[in-house]
Design a protein around this ligand. Structure first.
Ligand code: PMP
Length: 398
């Protein structure tokens, strides 16, 4: 039976990782895959996570099933983290939360439910967006449309065109938005732009689907959640996904959450029932461990403070690297305009170089970034910035 299956084109990011591993150059530099790295190039386990794991080892008494919605405690605490404890959707019983296998699990199961209830079955995504959004959303049966988002020449958001394009959306269409630290561009909406979007979404009868996979890695936990919280305050219905992969460093534990906001408590409960039944028919229930770690941290003021300080240090390191890189590029006089990298947010930005130059960086200097020129800022370090700048100088000129 399997003979009918065609070979799959290699995933470009995974292929890049594989060629990085094969590269024997001891000075090779991985700026490809989106994981946080420290000064030593490691993706460390956060101390708050290790402490929580030790506590769990002592306290856990059972590995019995946790149910399709996951842990109640995790769901309560992650909802407060994303929306803020005092948010109206919590007080009004208009949010239902599900612990999911990572942000990907949340995106997929959310898309499944939306495909079943959106009258048009269409979702608008930013051009560009994270590469895995397409398979996750289209695989659930949603038809994908794009709205303009990033202007590579100006290195800024094409907000006017984005609004014009979304003004062409039909009632019942869904709009995927990045809550913060837009992947791959690093270019985030400003509060005033979120306000204009909320007005458009309401006027055209659209449903916002916000992916906030990097909360805490841009400007801080609360500031990064501005857009999500604002839309949830203004609009009757919404869907939100979050991930604990980056801000808790729990990548392989597959920990995330899906939030469904409905018009009324009764409608929210009914939709939640549909959500849990779909989860049951997919992966049945989420893995417990990562959620238990997050719950242990957020339920303990000492561990929460430790986690927040570790997260701040990660955020500050990324910010520092952004500034230091651009300072060095300007001092050396590398051709091009890199100023946008300073003020963009999160782990990614585009360098704004050509595909051939990306290939030359890899082949001649063992510097690995994805073909679009997106690079992981957190993959740099004080020890590697000068070599990276020198490689860029040789590749694009001074
Ligand atoms: N959304 C975006 C924008 C992402 O970049 C990622 C991870 N790279 C995710 C969602 C999903 O993360 P995970 O499934 O690993 O939690």
């Amino acid at each position: 039976m399997y003979e009918t299956l065609q070979p799959v084109a290699e995933d470009p990011i995974l292929a890049l990782m594989a060629s990085y591993r094969r590269d024997t150059n001891s000075n090779k530099l991985d700026l490809g895959i989106g994981v946080y790295k420290d000064e030593q190039g490691q993706t460390p386990i956060m101390q708050a996570v290790s402490s929580a794991e030790r506590l769990l080892l002592e306290r856990e008494t059972s590995k019995s099933y946790i149910g399709p919605a996951g842990s109640e405690g995790f769901n309560r605490l992650i909802t407060q983290l994303v929306f803020g404890a005092d948010h109206r959707v919590i007080g009004e019983n208009r949010v239902v939360s599900a612990q999911t296998p990572g942000g990907c699990g949340a995106l997929r199961i959310g898309a499944e439910l939306l495909a079943a209830c959106s009258p048009t079955g269409r979702i608008w995504v930013s051009d560009p967006t994270w590469a895995n959004h397409r398979p996750l959303l289209a695989g659930a049966g949603l038809e994908i449309r794009e709205y303009p988002y990033y202007d590579s020449a100006q290195r800024s958001i094409r907000f006017g065109e984005m609004i014009d394009s979304l003004n062409g959306a039909e009632a019942g269409d869904i709009v995927l938005l990045h809550g913060c630290c837009h992947n791959p561009t690093g270019a985030d909406l400003e509060p005033e732009q979120w306000r204009q979007l909320a007005e458009l979404i309401e006027r055209r009868g659209l449903l916002p689907f916000v992916d906030i996979a990097y909360q805490g890695l841009g400007d801080g936990l609360d500031r990064d959640a501005y857009g999500v919280r604002y839309l949830a305050e203004q609009l009757p219905e919404m869907m939100v996904v979050t991930s604990c992969s980056k801000n808790f460093g729990l990548y392989r534990e597959r920990t995330g959450a899906l939030f469904l906001i409905g018009r009324t408590p009764a409608q929210t409960e009914r939709a939640g029932g549909q959500l849990f039944s779909r989860i049951r028919g997919h992966y049945s229930m989420p893995p417990a461990h990562g959620g238990a770690v997050v719950e242990t941290i957020l339920d303990d003021t000492g561990l929460t403070a430790l986690w927040q300080s570790e997260l701040s240090a990660m955020r500050e390191r990324i910010r520092y690297l952004r500034h230091r890189l651009v300072d060095r590029l300007e001092q050396v006089g590398v051709n091009g305009d890199f100023g946008h990298i300073r003020h963009q947010r999160g782990m990614f930005s585009f360098l704004g170089i050509e595909r051939e130059q990306v290939v030359a960086l890899r082949k001649q200097h063992s510097v690995y970034l994805v073909e679009s020129g997106r690079f992981n800022v957190a993959g740099l370090s004080n020890g590697s910035i000068d070599a990276f700048v020198a490689a860029l100088a040789q590749t694009v000129g001074v």
